[in-house]
Design a protein around this ligand. Structure first.
Ligand code: PHE
Length: 341
């Protein structure tokens, strides 16, 4: 019996099999237990020799069971460790990281530079009523500027009597919205998307502008020139001269188009050197009618506004010849200009 059960214990492959062996030997109906019950019917002499023998057998089997159980536990743990083994020294596969789009990058830079000059950021909707986009900016219905701007009009159903809406053609409506909301004095920029039906090497139907507006008691074009030269010099990392050319916008009087100093040698444009000029923004003193439309008293307040093409200055800064490439999401292009991961 001893040989039989020691053999079975040794052969048990897992804890369940081991438990079966235990029950067969030492369980209530086990073989060893049955032998123990026969002790009662023995003579005292027989019991004296058989009793210790049976107890010793029982103890030996119990000890063997305990030892085997521990061994099986160790083996199970070892197997699990083998199975769950990880080589943490294996180098990770390189994950391709996204990057900030050049236009977003330039927008952030522009915002940060104007923040240093005391301008906060204002925003307005890209779908704008024609009142904010045109009328309030002194562009009445018959004005040729409406046709010139190649406006996208929102489709209207029969019987829709909401005011007509457009995709904003410039960021200037934010001048009105901000003055209405905050009043004067005021010093804001508004970077954002604008839309015009135009498409060639230097025009895309969606592009980016940054509007600037500074209203106070005695703000002048001289302040505008200083602010812009500070900005351009910081943006291009070298002193940049500006040139003001008399121009016309319905919402400013007087108005000026502003060029920055450039050289054009060898087909590349370099800002801040040479004797060439490149137009980068429209500007002027805010027209009294515009202040009035926004609820600001033009006898008390005055100031400048400007609108600058963000994509345009991004092209200049990074030497990018074709505006359309900005919006084609070609990773090879982004990488070539140093924007890819
Ligand atoms: N809104 C004008 C444009 O888009 C630019 C501009 C802004 C001009 C502010 C003067 C003042 O062309």
């Amino acid at each position: 019996l001893r040989q039989k059960y020691l053999g079975l214990i040794g052969a048990a492959g897992d804890e369940a099999a081991l438990e079966e062996v235990r029950l067969a030997a030492l369980g209530k109906k086990g073989e060893v237990s049955a032998l123990m019950k026969t002790l009662g019917k023995m003579t005292p002499e027989e019991r004296q020799t058989e009793g210790p023998r049976l107890n010793a057998l029982k103890d030996e089997l119990n000890a063997a069971l305990t030892a085997k159980k521990a061994a099986l536990g160790d083996a199970a743990l070892e197997a699990r460790l083998q199975e769950e083994w990880l080589d943490v020294s294996l180098p990770a596969r390189p994950a391709r990281q996204g990057t900030i789009h050049p236009v977003s990058q330039v927008m952030e830079e522009v915002t940060a530079l104007f923040a240093e000059l005391g301008f906060s950021v204002a925003e307005g909707p890209q779908i704008e009523s024609d009142w904010y986009n045109f009328d309030a900016l002194n562009i009445p219905g018959h004005h040729p500027a409406r046709a010139e701007m190649d406006t996208f009009y929102m489709a209207r159903r029969e019987g829709d009597n909401r005011p007509p809406h457009v995709l904003r053609t410039h960021t200037s409506p934010v001048q009105i919205r901000t003055l209405e909301a905050q009043g004067a004095p005021c010093r804001i920029i508004c970077p954002g998307r604008v839309y015009r039906a135009d498409f060639d090497q230097t025009h895309t139907p969606m592009f980016h502008q940054v509007e600037g507006l500074a209203i106070g008691k005695d703000i002048s074009m001289a302040n505008l020139k200083w602010v812009l030269e500070e900005f351009f010099s910081a943006f291009f990392g070298r002193p940049v001269k500006t040139r003001f050319r008399a121009s016309h916008f319905p919402f400013t009087e007087p108005s000026a188009e502003i060029d920055i100093q450039c050289s054009f040698e060898g087909g590349t444009v370099k800002v801040g050197e040479g004797d060439g000029w490149l137009e980068v923004l429209g500007s002027g003193m805010v027209h009294p009618k515009v202040l009035q439309a926004a609820g600001v008293d033009p006898d008390e307040w005055q100031g400048f506004a400007f609108g600058m093409g963000i994509d345009r200055i991004a092209m200049l800064k990074y030497g990018i010849p074709d505006l359309r490439a900005f919006f084609e999401s070609d990773l090879r292009w982004l990488k070539h200009y140093g924007f890819g991961a």
